[in-house]
Ligand binder design. Structure first.
Ligand code: C2E
Ligand code: MG
Ligand code: MG
Ligand code: MG
Length: 292
């Protein structure tokens, strides 16, 4: 991925600075058009119950089908989108698409929720509430079926206004996840203030479980215990191998996400993995832990 990124046309450190500057401006113009011209696309990655393998939720992940460069991952265009403010339009589009998709699959599997990533810039805007209520209403989706994923860096700048906004969203029933938990610069004290409903343990910790790294194990265990104490659901991110799966399950994490359970894919592919259920059965292995 680093190699691919190094080849990207808009990297300012690539040789031929003038050329790349032009490409960058070009890419910005193209990105602006992309939103209007339907070049963005959504993929969904399942979040499963580790004990049963049942899909409980799906994370919406945006891609850009670039007319010349092919399908670009978020790392190739979101930084640019954030710099230019286009991220707001992209996130709005994503929220609407994700709510519509979730309404579709919930007709079949009514308990499966959807998670959407929200940029830091978006969290700081008062109209986030209107965007969320507009999108859920338009899709006919219950707000409690929607999780907003926020990173620690988005939250650490958390002014009183941001906190108030998050509380308002919670009152509407919207769920709030802290994404990539453990990688930000935040202090633990903000856990007391943010009205989060779940923690997502960053992939960097999970991937080190393979090597039997005792520190990685202790980190995942500590975050899981912390989450329980705060009455938060836990998702182990980036589970790729059987060893990692066994480790996070042994530690007691309730949910997992990663290639081991399913790669991000189109809506129709996600639909094939859903189990039609009317009511969540009492699940084994939950030990009273919070579910998604
Ligand atoms: P994230 O929210 O932490 O999303 C998880 C990322 O990990 C996704 O990368 C996913 O494809 C990848 N992943 C999942 N399981 C595995 C695994 O087992 N192994 C490995 N190596 N990777 C795995 P993706 O789709 O490239 O997205 C990267 C980041 O871009 C996301 O990280 C999120 O921060 C951001 N992003 C994606 N879509 C959106 C969006 O619609 N809006 C905003 N604001 N940000 C988004
Ligand atoms: Mg996320
Ligand atoms: Mg994440
Ligand atoms: Mg991540």
């Amino acid at each position: 991925a680093a190699k691919a990124a190094g080849k990207s046309a808009y990297r300012t450190c690539t040789p031929g600075l003038r050329e790349s500057a032009v490409s960058r401006a070009e890419l910005i113009a193209e990105l602006r058009r992309a939103v209007d011209e339907d070049q963005l696309l959504m993929e969904f990655q399942p979040i499963v119950d580790l004990a049963t393998g049942t899909v409980r939720s799906a994370e919406a992940l945006v891609r850009w089908r670039h007319p010349r460069l092919g399908v670009l991952p978020p790392a190739r265009f979101l930084p640019l989108a954030e710099e230019t403010g286009l991220i707001l339009a992209i996130d709005r589009w994503v929220i609407h698409q994700a709510c519509r998709a979730a309404a579709t699959w919930r007709a079949y599997a009514p308990e499966v929720t959807v998670a959407v990533n929200i940029a830091a810039a978006h969290v700081r805007r008062p109209d986030l509430i209107a965007t969320v209520t507009g999108a859920t209403a338009a899709a006919g989706l219950a707000p409690r079926a929607l999780t907003l994923e926020l990173t620690e860096s988005a939250l650490i700048e958390g002014s009183e206004a941001v906190l108030e906004r998050l509380h308002q969203l919670r009152e509407l029933g919207v769920r709030i996840a802290i994404d990539d938990f453990g990688t930000g610069y935040s202090s633990l004290s903000y856990l007391h203030r943010i009205p989060a409903t779940e923690l997502k343990i960053d992939r960097s910790f999970v991937s080190r479980l393979d090597a039997g790294d005792p520190r990685a194990y202790a980190t995942v265990e500590m975050v899981n215990r912390l989450a329980r104490a705060f009455d938060l659901a836990v998702v182990a991110e980036g589970v790729e191998t059987g060893t990692q799966h066994a480790a996070v399950a042994a530690i007691g994490c309730v949910h997992g996400q990663g290639w081991r359970y399913g790669r991000p894919a189109g809506l129709s592919e996600l639909l094939t993995t859903l189990t039609p259920i009317d009511a969540p059965a009492d699940r084994p292995g939950g030990h009273g832990s919070k579910v998604l």
